[in-house]
Design a protein around this ligand. Sequence first.
Ligand SMILES: [Zn+2]
Length: 121
Amino acid sequence: MENQEQLFFWFMAVWVGIGLIGIWLFQFSKDIERKQRLIRPFIIGTGILFAGFSLYMMRSLDGALFIIPAVGLVTWRNLRNMKICGSCGKFLNNAAIWTKMEYCSKCGASLSDTNPKSMLH
Ligand SMILES: [Zn+2]
């Protein structure tokens, strides 16, 4: 059982670390292009990590049947609703699941015309 507790400790430690990296990358950084490039891999990566850790700790098929769809759903939601404004660089997290964000809540720039800046690259 001690092993399990240690694992849980590491899980929490890694999670806090990822959270801090996320805050630094997406809230404080001014590099809009990098933020836009990293947001999707970051969301998918944390989803996979979370699912992997949970499955490793539970080691049960029932757990997998619950965790995989749950993490998949959250990851899908995050990919859909978390955006970086191409104009001001603000990290936007849409709390409403079924409505799509169309404008930046900070500067009002349109989010639908997939950022002309990043299309050049
Ligand atoms: Zn904006």
